[in-house]
Each structure stands twice: as structure tokens, then as C-alpha cells.
Ligand binder design. Structure first.
Ligand code: F6P
Length: 539
């Protein structure tokens, strides 16, 4: 059954929200808190080790009710069922979307085209486990008999961002292996990494679902050439492994069949860190931690599938985001992790959110006349407080933000942690309340400076407070955002799992690359033609 296709703007709930927005758009959250002592409790979801407080949003009980009605009217329940049942909900690419199967228990039932996929998933998981153990223990050695010290993940987009973000986030749990990521086709990237490597002790993991991606193949070839400068050809079998659906091309590249970790077309690149694409995660933190990451994600899947929408974390966060995006016309959202470990989290989410929901054609093939995908950005707190928070506090734009924090510090430095968390809590409070003119005057501010020191407040935030950063809680957090993406795609009536928008640039780059090697410069606008000429002249 195809996904339901409902233009959200034609629903009764949308109309209610439209009228309701007009009535409450100037309402200050301060008043909403003052009117209802129970507000924080009403708008908080406690689940496992997650405490999700969404009370600091410009919503009332009516808003919440209408948003839930919207979810019902666009048939979100049916859509969730379709996704988990392995139906080809990625209709434009005729693929199922089953990253959730990758983290399901062995006895789960997931079928694609009538084929039970769990046995294959568990075969690959076993292969990841065995391989990880042999490398981490030092049992598998390089071509000169030395144990591996370094791993290079070669991939881009979903074959880089997920693993890189998780390895960074779980640094505390890392073993002795140094894990590097090479993604950019900029040769300076790969050369900087090469500076840190010793061919005798380096393992290369080439990750590409398609094994056709220009950046990844260029970097893999450069690294292979560099490696062969000091290693014999047959050493490739010991030092190069690949993760791909394209076995033929991997073999042509020179990688042994035994060193191929398969993946499947029903796993989208940006949702693939749970598959063998996460091999470098497993190598960095050990298989058990990788498995805990998957288990955490599975717990979030179960919550998402079964929980009533009003206490369903991804659904609630998605609805609130739609409220700001489509009614307040907020253009962007910030994600601020109060943990230095999360410093790549927003970058990772950019692909997940913007590649999935940056669409302007609906599921009927019609052009859309309402807003879809949000811009996503962020940096960890407290650093971001000293960078862009000024604009969030006093700028003209409305920027809803997710604040993510952890109750426990991993290294147990309580003094620092108390300071960190006091900032975490203070910022959302400041964004909510602002500072009135009276308060500024009471501080003894000179008259002419008063207006500059007033904060309007009423800036919305969600607080996602988690017990501790562990592989499991990180798995839950990532899966939470994955499901939020799905819910928003359903509401906006778009296909979230294709990414045709990245193709045009790739095609043109190939065309221009060919022109560098011959004199003809054909068929470009005059600006591009001049720039091309300039490069050819001076390079
Ligand atoms: O950027 C487009 C894209 O297709 C992403 O969706 C994907 O994650 C990335 O390129 C890398 O693709 P591959 O894993 O096939 O090399």
C-alpha cells in the first residue's frame, strides 16, 4: 500500500491551527506559565532515561490538541505501519525503508519482497563482530606482522557523517585505535590524514553504498596508491575492506570478496550507520558498544511505534517543529548539545534533515505551496553562547532550539559539570523570560542604554535531558531525530527518502572536469565560463 497522501493544508486541523495561530501569536510564554502551575508537568515526557520538556514552547493545550489532530488527519499511524512493514515507501526509488530492522532483535519479523531480512542482517552483524574483535585484539595483523593502530574510514555523506559523529560522541568509550575520516574530494584532506599514517599498521575501510561516488573513489585510489608505495600488492587483502551494495565494483577496485561487508538498497545512506557502514564505530568503541547503540535505537523504535502520539517523543517534537515552520514561518532550528562530545551532531543532522525533507514536490507529484524542510544548525553549548546566541536572544528571527544535556558527567568533574548544566538550564530560562525594561532599570542601567539591554524573551526551546551519554542513550537520541524526520515528511506529504536534488551538481561537475583537459569550453552561462577560464589559465 502506498503512503497516504494528504495535503496538510486541506485538513480541518490545519485550518484550526491557522485561526488559532492568529489568536496566540503574540502570547508570551511567561503568561502561559503564570496561568498554569501544571504547565511544565503537562508538557513533559519522561521515558526511560530521557526527560523531554517541551513546555517552553509557544503552545497551549489547544495548539497541542490541533497538532495531534493534524497527525491523525494525515494518517500518520498508517504511515508508521507502512514503514515498519517493509512496504516500498521510498516510492520514487521503489525501495523499502528499513533501517529500523538493522537494530531489531534477531527474532523480529521484517520482510522485503517476501524475503525475511533478519537472517542476512545478523550474518553481517556477526561478520562485523568477528572482524572488530580480530582487529581490536591485535590478532589480525598488517602485512609486516604488526597489529593495527589506525583505521581510515573513506566515505562521504551518509557513509561518513553518521560514523564520524558517533565515533566523536563516544570518544569516552574508545579503545586504542586511532580512527580517521576522509571524505572531501579536496586532496588536502586526504594528504593531511596521510601525514598521520603508517602503512604497516593502517586499516582502510572504504564505505560507499553505490561505490560510484566520485569523492570516495578518488580518496580510496589515492590511499591505495600511497599504500602501495611501501606495501606489496597482495597486502591490499590485509589492509582494505569495503562496505557496499555494489560487490562487482568493489572487486574491480581490488578488494577481496571476503573483505566486503554487504548492505542493502532498503537502507538509505543517511540512515545507514546502523549497518556495516558503522564498521568504523564498532572498531573504535568495540562491538559491544556498537551493539548497545543499536539496542538504544531499537528502544526508541518501539516507543515510536507503540506510544500514544501525545506522549510519543519523536511525534511531539515533529509536530512542534511543524507549528513553527508552517505557522510562525520560522526558517531554521538550532540543536545545541551541552556536551563537547556532541560537537558533530548538528552537522550530522543537517544531512538527515535537509537531504530528507528539502523537497518541494508532494507525494502526488504536485508543486507544494507551503513550507517544508527546516534549516538545521548548531554547535555545542557553552561555546555557542559566545558565538551566535546573541542573535537568538535579541535578533529579529525566531529560532526554535533543542537543548540536549546529560545529567552525569562522564569524567566526573562535578565542578565543571555544575557550571555546564547551570548554563544549560539558564539559557532556556533566559530565552523564555527575557528581561523587562523594569528589570533593566532596577539594575541601575543608564537611561539611554535601557532599550539595548531589554530581552523580549518568548523564544521557544525543547529540553532533552538524558541521564548519561552512553552508546545506548546516543542510539535513542539519533533514532529520535530519524523518526522526527519521518513524521515531518508524512505531514508535509513529501518523499523523505530520495535525494535527487544532489544529482545535478554532480553531473555538471563531471562535465566541467572533462573541460579542464581540453580547450573547448562549451555551453555555460558567461559567469561560469569566465570562472572556468580563469582557473584553466592560472592553475
Ligand atoms: O549526497 C548524496 C548521497 O547519495 C548521499 O545520500 C549519500 O549518503 C552519499 O551521497 C554517499 O553515497 P555512497 O554511500 O553511495 O557513496
Amino acid at each position: 500500500m502506498p503512503l497516504p497522501s494528504v495535503n496538510p493544508t486541506t485538513t480541518k486541523a490545519w485550518e484550526k491551527l491557522r485561526v488559532h495561530y492568529k489568536n496566540i501569536k503574540h502570547e508570551h510564554m511567561k503568561n502561559l506559565f503564570a496561568q498554569d502551575a501544571e504547565r511544565a508537568n503537562k508538557f513533559t515526557i519522561k521515558w526511560e532515561d530521557f526527560y523531554v520538556d517541551f513546555s517552553k514552547n509557544r503552545i497551549t493545550e489547544d495548539t497541542f490538541k490541533y497538532l495531534l489532530e493534524l497527525a491523525d488527519e494525515v494518517k500518520l499511524k498508517d504511515a508508521i505501519k507502512s514503514q515498519f512493514s517493509g512496504e516500498k515507501i521510498n516510492q520514487t526509488e521503489e525501495r523499502a525503508v528499513l533501517h529500523t530492522a538493522l537494530r531489531a532483535p534477531k527474532d523480529a519479523q521484517f520482510f522485503v519482497d517476501g524475503r525475511h531480512v533478519m537472517p542476512e542482517i545478523y550474518q553481517v552483524k556477526q561478520k562485523i563482530e568477528n572482524f572488530t574483535n580480530s582487529i581490536v585484539s591485535g590478532q589480525k595483523k598488517g602485512f609486516t606482522g604488526k597489529p593495527f593502530t589506525d583505521v581510515v574510514n573513506i566515505g562521504i555523506g551518509g557513509s561518513d557523517l553518521g560514523p564520524a559523529m558517533v565515533v566523536e560522541s563516544l570518544q569516552y568509550y574508545k579503545n586504542h585505535l586511532n580512527v580517521h575520516f576522509v571524505s572531501n574530494v579536496d586532496g588536502d584532506h586526504v594528504n593531511e590524514v596521510i601525514k598521520k599514517l603508517n602503512a604497516e599498521t593502517t586499516l582502510f575501510v572504504v564505505v560507499s553504498k553505490t561505490f560510484t561516488t566520485q569523492e570516495t573513489l578518488s580518496n580510496a585510489n589515492t590511499l591505495k596508491t600511497w599504500f602501495l608505495q611501501s606495501a606489496p600488492k597482495d597486502a591490499i587483502a590485509k589492509h582494505f575492506v569495503a562496505v557496499s551494495t555494489n560487490t562487482e565494483s568493489v572487486k574491480n577496485f581490488g578488494i577481496d570478496k571476503a573483505n566486503i561487508f554487504p548492505m542493502w538498497d532498503w537502507v538509505g545512506g543517511r540512515f545507514s550507520l546502523w549497518s556495516a557502514v558503522g564498521l568504523s564505530i564498532s572498531l573504535a568503541v568495540g562491538y559491544n558498544n556498537f551493539d548497545s547503540l543499536l539496542k538504544g535505537a531499537h528502544k526508541m523504535d518501539t516507543h515510536f511505534k507503540a506510544e500514544d502520539f501525545k506522549t510519543n517523543i519523536p511525534v511531539v517534537l515533529a509536530l512542534i517543529s511543524v507549528w513553527y515552520n508552517n505557522f510562525f514561518k520560522a526558517e531554521s532550528e538550532a540543536v545545541i548539545g551541552y556536551s563537547q562530545y556532541l560537537n558533530q551532531f548538528a552537522t550530522y543532522l543537517q544531512q538527515g534533515i535537509m537531504e530528507s525533507n528539502g523537497k518541494s514536490i508532494d507525494r502526488n507529484g504536485e508543486a507544494i505551496d507551503y513550507e517544508t524542510g527546516t534549516l538545521i544548525w548548531g554547535e555545542p553549548g557553552t561555546n555557542s553562547q559566545h558565538a551566535f546566541f546573541q542573535l537568538i536572544h535579541q535578533g529579529t528571527k525566531l529560532i526554535p532550539a533543542d537543548f540536549i544535556g546529560f545529567v552525569e558527567s562522564l569524567h566526573g568533574n562535578e565542578e565543571h559539570h555544575d557550571k555546564l548544566i547551570s548554563n544549560f538550564l539558564a539559557q532556556t530560562e533566559a530565552l523564555l523570560n527575557g528581561k523587562t525594561k523594569e528589570e533593566v532599570i532596577a539594575e541601575g542601567t543608564s537611561k539611554e542604554i535601557i532599550p539595548f539591554k531589554v530581552f523580549k524573551g518568548n523564544k521557544p526551546t525543547n529540553t532533552i535531558f538524558i541521564k548519561k551519554l552512553t552508546p545506548e542513550s546516543l542510539g535513542k537520541l539519533i533514532a529520535m531525530y530519524e523518526h522526527k524526520i519521518f513524521v515531518q515528511g508524512i505531514i508535509w506529504n513529501i518523499f523523505s527518502y530520495d535525494q535527487f536534488g544532489v544529482e545535478l551538481g554532480k553531473q555538471l561537475a563531471n562535465k566541467i572536469l572533462r573541460e579542464f583537459n581540453n580547450s573547448a569550453v562549451s555551453n555555460h552561462d558567461s559567469s561560469t565560463a569566465n570562472l572556468l577560464d580563469y582557473y584553466k589559465k592560472f592553475k
